[in-house]
Design a protein around this ligand. Structure first.
Ligand SMILES: C[S@@+](CC[C@H](N)C(=O)[O-])C[C@H]1O[C@@H](n2cnc3c(N)ncnc32)[C@H](O)[C@@H]1O
Length: 448
């Protein structure tokens, strides 16, 4: 097999990165934009030792699960990779991905629960970070998303996975910038004014916080006036901020943010608790689907009477806070100082007395204490937990670990380690937070 060779294949499965898997003479080929059961003509684009990659050139017999994507830009925008597959089948495929990964990496045979769907499959995204540039000749502002694997902006006027008001705000910014002499950012030359539009929208009350990320270190009159114009145009906007980022880097937000109009935060709710969200606060992108996870974890904890809980990798202590009223005591550990500061505000806002916060590394914190917890909640980043933090978790947990994971591969690796240490995996429940992508969140219940 070599580059540019053409084959007719039947797609067997979806890989854990969302590409179709076909086999040619036993060799695995990853095919982009493919749905299991498609019969397609493909062209090889890369050949490696253990696998090849390919692009489709003709769909001969489409899978019965192919649908017309509801977004007209789906084919060019990199955000909703699986939108051409019907939603129920997306969920089936994601379940299969979890099953395969847990078996192949974790060496664990367990029947995975059916994924809990997202309550909304449109307008579910509440954090929007839109890169900005401008056209070469007419200098018109472009704002949207990147084409897959590029930094080329697709100028998106209508994005059905975000609330409609966000399209309107972005369009206003796009159309009015020139009136204020504001230019779009040129990444190659590191020139131009406006780099990103960041919107945080409340799933509870529809309020919006707008942040304009500018290629500067201080505010100019034109941005002051522009911020006011944006604020005055939309009733739902609670505040307009300017974030300063003049670094040559892909990091979206700079360190400093200045509020120009209104507030520099909005409120959102998870279960019965209120959260305060600023431009850079970590908060679930799909809060309504996240609420299902928090409820599930709470139900699991309510099987225990008045337990003590460790909430590790806590972020702004969302788990600790949402389960606090059924716990004797919660200790939330998070290494990011800003998140801890936000958690303090949220704890005060909700008048919670039994959540204690610790800023630092999970393993180091556990090594430094003698006390044990009835239940530990682990919600690490995509890279999963370190062996050291799993060991310390085992040393300090009496009954149960609830492991919340956004990456099935690292979850599988960590479950393998825990089972080698004698733990018993009771269940894995997937939740669909990122509809139309290959991503899937899982909650594993582990008995010690
Ligand atoms: C997936 S987020 C958890 C979010 C949080 N549980 C929530 O639902 O809002 C992972 C968090 O782990 C934190 N983190 C990463 N490594 C850590 C470590 N070694 N010890 C403590 N926190 C860590 C990150 O700063 C991040 O806030």
């Amino acid at each position: 097999m070599k580059i540019n060779d053409e084959f007719v294949v039947k797609i067997e499965k979806l890989s854990n990165l969302g590409t179709g898997i076909a086999k040619i003479n036993g060799q695995v080929v990853f095919v982009e934009k493919a749905c299991p059961e498609d019969e397609m003509k493909i062209k090889i684009t890369k050949v490696n030792k253990n696998f090849a990659t390919a692009t489709p050139i003709e769909i001969i017999t489409p899978s019965i699960h192919r649908i017309k994507p509801f977004c007209p830009m789906q084919n060019v925008c990199g955000s909703c990779q699986l939108q051409f597959i019907d939603y129920d089948y997306q969920l089936e495929l994601k379940k299969q991905i979890v099953e395969d990964v847990i078996k192949n990496i974790g060496n664990i045979d367990i029947s995975i629960n059916n994924p809990i769907p997202s309550p909304q499959i449109k307008a579910f995204r509440h954090k929007i970070q839109c890169p900005v540039s401008q056209t070469k000749v007419s200098k018109k502002i472009l704002a949207g998303y990147y084409k897959p694997q590029t930094h080329e902006i697709v100028n998106i006027k209508y994005c059905p996975i975000q609330p409609e008001i966000c399209d309107k705000i972005i369009d206003f910014i796009r159309n009015k910038s020139q009136d204020f002499n504001i230019t779009g950012y040129d990444e190659k030359k590191h020139s131009g004014d406006l780099r990103h539009i960041v919107l945080r929208s409340s799933s509870d009350n529809g309020n919006i916080l707008v942040t304009l990320v500018i290629n500067n270190t201080k505010i100019s009159d034109k941005f002051n006036s522009f911020a006011k114009a944006i604020y005055n145009e939309f009733e739902d906007i609670q505040g307009v901020c300017i974030n300063f980022n003049n670094k040559k880097s892909n990091v979206i937000l700079g360190e400093k943010t200045q509020c120009i109009c209104g507030n520099d935060f909005i409120y959102d709710k998870i279960l019965d608790k209120t959260f305060k969200i600023g431009a850079s606060t970590f908060f679930q992108i799909n809060p309504k689907s996240a609420e299902n996870i928090f409820q599930y974890v709470k139900n699991e904890i309510s099987k225990h009477e008045n337990p003590t809980i460790l909430d590790a990798y806590a972020g702004i202590a969302t788990f600790g806070i949402t389960v606090s009223n059924i716990a004797k005591k919660v200790v939330s550990v998070e290494e990011n100082k800003e998140s801890i500061e936000k958690a303090i505000e949220v704890i005060e806002l909700n008048n919670i007395k039994n959540v204690e916060l610790h800023c630092g590394d999970t393993a180091k914190y556990l090594k430094s204490i003698k006390k044990n917890f009835d239940i530990t909640i682990l919600d690490p980043p995509r890279k999963g937990c370190t062996k050291e933090s799993l060991d310390e978790t085992l040393n300090h947990t009496k009954e149960k670990i609830i492991y919340v994971s956004c990456n099935p591969a690292t979850l599988a690796r960590d479950l393998k380690y825990l089972s080698e240490k004698g733990c018993k995996l009771k269940s894995i429940q997937p939740f669909d937070m990122f509809c139309h992508t290959f991503h899937i969140e899982n909650v594993a219940i582990i008995e010690i």
